[in-house]
Design a protein around this ligand. Structure first.
Ligand SMILES: NC(=O)c1ccc[n+]([C@@H]2O[C@H](COP(=O)([O-])OP(=O)(O)OC[C@H]3O[C@@H](n4cnc5c(N)ncnc54)[C@H](O)[C@@H]3O)[C@@H](O)[C@H]2O)c1
Ligand SMILES: [Zn+2]
Length: 355
């Protein structure tokens, strides 16, 4: 078992990664939420993971998919918590992927103005990203994740054993997020070794997860509320979000899981960074090799329309100014503001030519 601490002063907490980590739940809760007399377990019907909180508990299931991240589900959860007589000193336990930890975390942040919660993350994407960092929230018709709170968990358990039942596309999605981490972090794993992503790709799964968790933990600890530093976690995401948004259009031209879109976004970001003179060919090739190494494609989906994607990118709430991208450069990926839309369109055309 590997323990990584998210250093947030008196709100610091541990992320435990490894096969069987879920079995530490009862001990963990008595440690980090000693006041708890009851627990509310929030999960989904399709998740074959049982947990033992070591306390009397009630299970609340939320629907599958993004639809579960809604204010009405938060209301249903909070009403359920109230009926189960969950008090402010009790604990909410989220057992699931990013959808469950986002909605359960936000319900925990809101109920009694804040109840402790613990994440038992059951997807690869959740373990390397969504379960850590305290961003909780739900969607409204006007946009994804538009309503939420920063509310840190008391602990996170990333049990790599439970990933064995994860559907193939969910694995792919998590691997796309992992590919991102190959370019972040103090050691610059993929950047300095000359062996693209090799060190991350070559270690055991639990070590891969732990390495990604360490990078996320370090970034979150240095910038909890997303100034420039935390923005680097959105590497590859500006195009990814645009591809996801465009896919919701009436003719639904492609079907990409989030991490699959991030993989394309990484190659795009590298190609744009080269166009702007920030990196050279070898660094772009490194991005392509890492993405391939994670068994993903870096090519734009057929039918992608550059102008339309730029419109979606300009709307992305994470773009503080007109067009902001996290771009690789001599100091590694960092936010770059006020990119000309024409450069973006040209980069997309370049990608189409080379795919
Ligand atoms: N809060 C954050 O910092 C953050 C970061 C990244 C992503 N997110 C959010 O995370 C969500 C995506 O999360 P996700 O990719 O984990 O998807 P998800 O939570 O929808 O899970 C994917 C599917 O896998 C199923 N599943 C979960 N665990 C399983 C298991 N062990 N075995 C079999 N099936 C299992 C789920 O029921 C679901 O059908 C998005 O809503 C995104 O906005 C949040
Ligand atoms: Zn992501």
């Amino acid at each position: 078992m590997i323990t990584i601490t998210v250093e947030l002063g008196d709100r610091r907490y541990d992320v435990v990664v490894g096969d069987g980590a879920r079995h530490l739940l009862a001990t963990m809760i008595s440690d980090v939420v000693p006041t708890a007399g009851r627990a509310a377990v929030v999960t989904q019907a399709g998740i074959p993971v049982d947990v033992d909180p070591g306390l009397p508990f009630e299970v609340f299931t939320v629907p599958d998919g993004e639809a579960a991240k809604s204010l009405s589900v938060v209301e249903a959860l909070c009403r359920g918590f109230a009926r189960a007589r969950i008090s402010r000193s009790d604990v909410v336990i989220a057992v699931g992927g990013g959808v469950v930890t986002d909605v359960a975390g936000f319900a925990a942040a809101s109920f009694h103005r804040g109840v402790s919660y613990v994440n038992v993350s059951t997807t690869l994407l959740g373990q390397v990203d969504a379960a850590i960092g305290g961003k909780t929230g739900v969607n409204i018709p006007e946009g994804k994740n538009l309503v939420g709170a920063f509310w840190q968990p008391k602990a996170v358990l990333c049990d790599t054993e439970v990933l064995s039942t994860l559907p193939p596309r969910e694995w792919a999605s998590g691997r796309g997020e992992m590919a991102k981490y190959a370019f972040l972090g103090a050691t610059g794993d993929a950047g300095t070794s000359g062996q693209p992503g090799a060190s991350l790709l070559d270690v055991a799964l639990s070590d891969q997860v732990a390495r990604c968790v360490s990078i996320k933990a370090e970034v979150v600890a240095s910038d909890e509320r997303e100034g420039d530093r935390r923005m680097i976690l959105n590497y590859g995401h500006t195009l990814a979000h645009a591809l996801e948004a465009a896919a919701f259009g009436p003719d639904r031209r492609w079907d990409l899981r989030h991490g699959e879109a991030v993989a394309i976004g990484l190659v795009f970001a590298a190609t744009l960074a080269r166009r702007l003179g920030r990196i050279d060919d070898s660094r772009v090739n490194l991005h392509r090799r890492v993405v391939r190494g994670f068994d993903l494609s870096g090519d734009l989906p057929a039918g992608a329309d550059a102008e339309e994607l730029v419109t979606f990118m300009a709307r992305d709430k994470k773009a503080h100014h007109d067009l902001t991208f996290v771009l690789d450069g001599p100091n590694g990926p960092e936010p770059v503001r006020d990119i000309e839309p024409a450069e973006v369109v040209a980069t997309l055309a370049e990608m189409e030519r080379s795919s």
